[in-house]
Ligand binder design. Structure first.
Ligand SMILES: [Zn+2]
Length: 263
């Protein structure tokens, strides 16, 4: 299959803009205009400037390796950081109001106690604008307090920038669906069997935010592990941790260390 890369002109500044197949909302790398397949597009678009350089991130990772009792003791010493790359990821934040009307029974006590009512909640639901990505969106607390009007000057040097592969309508539908599932999940605390469940979601507004995340790969005893670090708070979003050495040799080493450290 031939990959067709379309070229369009930016409606903001006229510069040529490359369209990578699959990307729908494209940001002009010259003037920062957003466009949806060639048209100027008025979505509330912001960016969260990153706070770290690669050297800082390497220090953060090394520090993370040194603390935590569930990690191998020599993790910091024996690990080699293979790569650390900052990527500005596109997230839609849908401000939603969800109303679930339900009826059913609470049965876990052995009796059928009727339960019915309404659950109304407001959410700022996050949807990653990339397809087929295993990014842990739920675990990531987007540092929204640092956001500012989108401007390409805020993309750190050497950082990668990813356009969105879905548009805001699709993001809103995903957000509605996920928020509805979440509402049901909350209700399962008090309702065991539902006889009816109906969720309506209203979108108040949706914005697009580009946030910096560091993708790190490190090598420990011949294996590669991955780690994600928030480019603003420096906190670990998710990290692979090597298993402790559970072999007999490893056990023996642990024992010896225990004896000696008692000093
Ligand atoms: Zn432009």
């Amino acid at each position: 299959m031939v990959e067709v890369v379309q070229q369009i002109s930016c409606p903001g500044c006229g510069a040529p803009v490359k369209v990578v197949p699959g990307e729908i909302i494209i940001t002009c790398e010259y003037c920062g205009s957003d466009m949806k397949l060639g048209e100027k597009f008025f979505l509330n678009h912001s960016i969260i400037p990153g706070k770290y350089q690669k050297e800082d991130v390497v220090k953060i990772v090394k520090k993370w390796m040194r603390v935590g009792f569930y990690k191998p003791d020599d993790l910091a010493k024996r690990s080699i950081i293979k790569s650390a790359e900052c990527i500005f990821l596109p997230f839609f934040i849908a401000h939603i109001e969800s109303l679930t009307k339900y009826s059913g029974f609470f049965t876990r006590t052995g009796e059928n106690t009727p339960r019915n009512g309404e659950l109304k909640k407001e959410y700022f639901w996050k949807v990653l604008g990339r397809r087929g990505s295993k990014f842990p969106t739920k675990e990531y607390h987007i540092p929204l307090s640092g956001k500012t009007q989108f401007n390409i000057i805020h993309i750190s040097k050497n950082a990668k920038f990813l356009n969105s592969e879905i548009d805001e309508k699709e993001a809103e539908n995903i957000a509605k669906q996920e928020a509805g599932m979440h509402q049901k999940h909350l209700l399962e605390d008090t309702v065991d069997v539902f006889s009816s469940l109906d969720t309506g979601c209203k979108i108040i507004d949706t914005e697009l935010v580009h946030a910096p995340v560091w993708f790190i790969e490190y090598n420990y005893k011949g294996r590669v592990y991955k780690m994600l670090v928030d480019g603003v708070s420096g906190e670990t979003i998710k990290a692979d941790i090597p298993l402790p050495d559970t072999s007999f040799k490893g056990f023996f080493k642990e024992m010896k260390r225990g004896l000696f450290s008692r000093g």
